[in-house]
Design a protein around this ligand. Structure first.
Ligand code: NDP
Length: 476
C-alpha cells in the first residue's frame, strides 16, 4: 500500500480528521463500517487531497504503507475494542494503531499492553477542539511508546493547531498518558466553564445587568489576562438574541447542565490519587445540582434565604472585583489540575512534562488561552514546581486579586448567590497557605475513636493516647 495514514470511523470527527490529513498533503486511506459515510466523504471533499477509499477492513489495511498508521475514530468503549479486534490480525509487527476517540485512560492502559504484547504499537491520543478543531487544527495529546511518536509525530504535528508557529502536539508519555491528560483537560474545561457561569451570575445579580450588557463586559475582559476561547464564546452567546421570542438567548435556555462523563472521570481519579481538585469537583457537582429537579422543586420557595437583594453601588469596581476573582479562581483550578497530572505521572511512571502540556493547550482546544503561556513559563523556571500557585508570576497575579476575591465571595454568601467554584477555590487558597490546619483535631478524633495514631509537632514518632482509660501517651 501507499497511504501514509489511515482513518477508520468517518463520523463528524473522523471525517474532518481525514480531510485535515489530506489537506496537509498526506495520502489518506479511509474506511467506515458502513460505506455510506466513506462515499459521502469522497463525494463532498474528494478533491481536497488524495484519498484511498476501501469498503472492507482488509482492503483498508492493505492500502497502507508500512509501518501502517491507523487512526481509529469510532464511538468510545465497546466499538473501539471491536474495531481493534478486527484490525489486529491484519497488522504486522511495528504497525501503529492510534485511538483518537475519547477513551477512558484505564481502557487505554489495557489496550496498549495487549497490543504491545503482540508487537504492535498502540497510541491512545487525546484530540480536543471538536469538529472544527479536527478539520482546521486540533490540540493533540498522544501517548504510547516513544518509538511510535518518531513515526507519528511529524504527521500529527503537521495537522495540529499552531501558536506562534509551535505545534499544539507533543509526545505526552507511555501507556495511558495521552488520554489521561485529555481527561484532565476536560476536567479543567468544566471548572473554567463553571467559573465563567458564576461570574455571569454575580454580574447579573449584583448589577441587575442584562445578558447583553454582561456579554459586553466579557468581550472587554477578552482583551486582557482572561483572553481565551471560552470567554470569547461567552461574550458571543450572551449577546445572542433568541429568534423565536426576541429575548436574550441565554434566558430561554433550560438551566439544567448535562455532561458526557469526562468531568466525573477526572474527579473519580482525583479521589483515587488523593489530589484535591476542588474547582473541577465543584464544577461537576454544580452540573449535577442543576439537574436535580426533584430537590430543586422541593427547595424552591421553601428554604428561607434571609437575604436582601444585592444592590452594588460602584459598578466599575464590582466588575473589576469579579474579574480578579475569576482570574484567581481559574489559576487555582489549573494549579489543581496540574497537581493531578503530576500525581498520576508519578504513580504510573509517565514522566509527563507539565509545561509542555500547557504549551499544546494554547491552541486548537476548548481551554485555549493566553494565560497558558504563563503556566509554560512557570514550569520552565522550575520543572518540579510543587504548586503552580506558588510560582512567582502567579503569586503576584493572584495576590493582586485576593482582596477582591474575598469581597466577591463574601458578598455572594451574604446575598445568597451560589458560587461553589469561586468559594471553594478561595477556601483551597487559604487552606494550602495556612500555617496550621485543623487537621490536627481530625487526627486527635481519629485516635480517640479508632486508635488510628498521630504524629507530634515536637518530636519524631507515631503515638496513641489511651483515651478510654488513663489517657497516657504510648509509642505506637
Ligand atoms: P461517534 O462517537 O458518534 O461514533 C460514530 C462512528 O463510530 C461511526 O463512524 C460509526 O460507524 C462508528 N462505529 C460505532 N460502532 C461501531 C462498531 N461496533 N464497529 C465499527 N464502527 C463503529 O462519532 P464522533 O465523530 O462524534 O466521535 C468519534 C470519537 O471522537 C468518539 O470517541 C468521541 O468521543 C471522540 N470525540 C468527539 C468529539 C466531538 O466533538 N464530537 C471531540 C473529541 C473527541 P457507522 O457509520 O457504521 O455507524
Amino acid at each position: 500500500g501507499t497511504a501514509e495514514i489511515g482513518v477508520t470511523g468517518l463520523a463528524v470527527m473522523g471525517r474532518n480528521l481525514a480531510r485535515n490529513f489530506a489537506r496537509n498533503g498526506f495520502t489518506v486511506a479511509i474506511h467506515n463500517r458502513s460505506f455510506a459515510k466513506t462515499q459521502s466523504l469522497l463525494d463532498d471533499h474528494g478533491d481536497e487531497g488524495t484519498f484511498v477509499a476501501s469498503e472492507s477492513v482488509e482492503d483498508f489495511v492493505a492500502s497502507l504503507a508500512r509501518p501502517r498508521k491507523v487512526v481509529v475514530m469510532v464511538k468510545a468503549g465497546a466499538a473501539t475494542d471491536a474495531v481493534i479486534d478486527e484490525l489486529v490480525p491484519l497488522l504486522d509487527e511495528g504497525d501503529i494503531v492510534v485511538d483518537a476517540g475519547n477513551a477512558h485512560f484505564p481502557d487505554t492502559v489495557r489496550r496498549e499492553a495487549a497490543l504491545r504484547a503482540k508487537g504492535l504499537h498502540f497510541v491512545g491520543t487525546g484530540v480536543s477542539g471538536g469538529e472544527e478543531g479536527a478539520l482546521l487544527g486540533p490540540s493533540i495529546m498522544p501517548g504510547g511508546t516513544a518509538e511510535s511518536y518518531e513515526w507519528l509525530g511529524p504527521i500529527l504535528e503537521k495537522i495540529s493547531a499552531k501558536v506562534d508557529g509551535v505545534p499544539c502536539c507533543t509526545y505526552v508519555g507511555p501507556g495511558g498518558a495521552g488520554h489521561f491528560v485529555k481527561m484532565v483537560h476536560n476536567g479543567i474545561e468544566y471548572a473554567d466553564m463553571q467559573l465563567i457561569a458564576e461570574a455571569y451570575d454575580l454580574l447579573k445579580q449584583g448589577l441587575g445587568a442584562s445578558a447583553a450588557e454582561i456579554g459586553q463586559i466579557f468581550a472587554e475582559w477578552n482583551t486582557g489576562d482572561l483572553e481565551s476561547f471560552l470567554i470569547e464564546i461567552t461574550a458571543d452567546v450572551l449577546q445572542h438574541v433568541d429568534a423565536a421570542t426576541g429575548a436574550a438567548f441565554v434566558d430561554v435556555v433550560l438551566d439544567q447542565a448535562e455532561q458526557k462523563g469526562t468531568g466525573r472521570w477526572t474527579v473519580q481519579n482525583a479521589l483515587d490519587l488523593g489530589v484535591p481538585i476542588t474547582g473541577i469537583a465543584e464544577a461537576t457537582f454544580a452540573r449535577a445540582l442543576s439537574g436535580s429537579v426533584p430537590q430543586r422543586t422541593a427547595a424552591l420557595g421553601t428554604l428561607p434565604a434571609h437575604t436582601t437583594p444585592w444592590a452594588v453601588e460602584d459598578r466599575d469596581a464590582f466588575v473589576e472585583d469579579v474579574r480578579l476573582a475569576l482570574y484567581a479562581s481559574k489559576v487555582v483550578a489549573y494549579s489543581q489540575g496540574f497537581d493531578q497530572i503530576a500525581a498520576a505521572s508519578e504513580q504510573f511512571g509517565w514522566d509527563i512534562d507539565r509545561g509542555a502540556m500547557a504549551r499544546i493547550w494554547r491552541g486548537g482546544c476548548i481551554i485555549r488561552a493566553r494565560f497558558l503561556n504563563r503556566i509554560t513559563e512557570a514550569y520552565e523556571r522550575n520543572a518540579d514546581l510543587p504548586l503552580l500557585l506558588a510560582d512567582e508570576y502567579f503569586t503576584g497575579a493572584v495576590g493582586n486579586g485576593v482582596q477582591a476575591w474575598r469581597r466577591v465571595v463574601s458578598g455572594a454568601a451574604l446575598h445568597g448567590v451560589p458560587t461553589p467554584a469561586f468559594a471553594s477555590s478561595l477556601a483551597y487558597y487559604d487552606g494550602v497557605r495556612a500555617e496550621r490546619l485543623p487537621a490536627a483535631l481530625i487526627q486527635a478524633q481519629r485516635d480517640f475513636f479508632g486508635a488510628h495514631t498521630y504524629r507530634r509537632t515536637d518530636r519524631e514518632g507515631t503515638f496513641h493516647t489511651t483515651w478510654s482509660t488513663d489517657r497516657t501517651e504510648q509509642d505506637a
